[in-house]
Design a protein around this ligand. Structure first.
Ligand code: SAM
Length: 245
């Protein structure tokens, strides 16, 4: 029987499995004091959400997206050195930096948004040990390769179109420990999946099948998982870990 990975339940924020909260999971509204009743548990993720209320640095959607991506990939992706490509606000990479086995997290984006320094302050308050692990490179993904540590783990969350394929290029060139991608903007992707696969499977699945073969051929085992569709319909995660020989 085939496994349906097109939707999954919330794990970092299980309260969002309630239909009335699931309805607001996609909102691009800052986490503010009106959100406090949604994040009233004692858990780490709720504590982090409450810490964002005063600074209003992150949207509900972005918080849920990064957190749900992190809980689903952390065990297989975490490694000594990690790279978050096209990281934007950098929250996903920062979540990985809370792992004790992670020594460095390199965040890469061609433009560091103002929200990053505010989010970093929140982490400095809650998880001060994270700060020395972080470096933010304001660089183009096409030229950053030489500044990255071989065997790092690579993550590319909504890197956009062909940049997801650049994340794979960089991951393979570094002999990455593991690679986790959540693709979007498929119409801009450079992947050339065979026409028959695009016709039968649809362009999005076909492109991710093509990316999966590419990483499998390079020595990785690739799984498909995802985050809840209530956050975004572009919710598929391609999770590649090195095949043990
Ligand atoms: C859709 S956002 C995703 C941001 C973040 N990963 C997230 O999930 O919120 C895509 C990011 O890619 C960055 N970007 C676009 N072109 C880039 C390039 N050539 N090199 C590096 N970053 C780039 C943008 O600045 C933007 O922050």
């Amino acid at each position: 029987m085939s496994k349906d990975t097109s939707d999954v339940k919330f794990r970092a924020y299980p309260q969002f499995n309630q239909p009335e909260l699931a309805k607001i999971a996609h909102l691009r509204h800052r986490v503010n004091k009106l959100c406090l009743p949604y994040f009233d548990r004692k858990s780490g993720p709720d504590r982090l959400a409450r810490a964002f209320v005063a600074c209003r640095a992150i949207d509900v959607k972005e918080l849920l997206e990064s957190s749900e991506f992190y809980v689903r990939t952390r065990k297989r992706l975490r490694s000594k050195h990690m790279v978050d490509l096209c990281c934007g606000h950098g929250l996903t990479g920062l979540l990985f930096a809370t792992e004790h086995c992670v020594e460095t997290v390199t965040l890469v984006d061609r433009k560091k948004p103002d929200s990053f320094s505010v989010i970093l302050e929140v982490f400095a308050e809650l998880y001060p040990y994270v700060i020395p692990k972080i470096r933010y490179l304001e660089e183009d993904i096409d030229v950053v390769g030489e500044q990255l540590t071989p065997s790092s783990s690579i993550l590319g969350l909504h890197a956009c179109g062909g940049f997801t394929d650049r994340c794979i290029d960089i991951g393979l060139s570094l002999n990455a420990h593991s690679i986790a991608l959540m693709p979007c903007c498929y119409q801009q992707a450079t992947t050339r999946a065979p026409r028959v696969l695009r016709d039968v499977l649809g362009a999005e699945v076909a492109k991710d099948v093509h990316r999966t073969y590419r990483m499998e051929e390079a020595g990785y085992i690739v799984d498909w998982t995802g985050i809840p569709r209530a956050i975004t319909p572009k919710n598929r995660i391609l999770l590649a870990t090195q095949r043990l020989t």
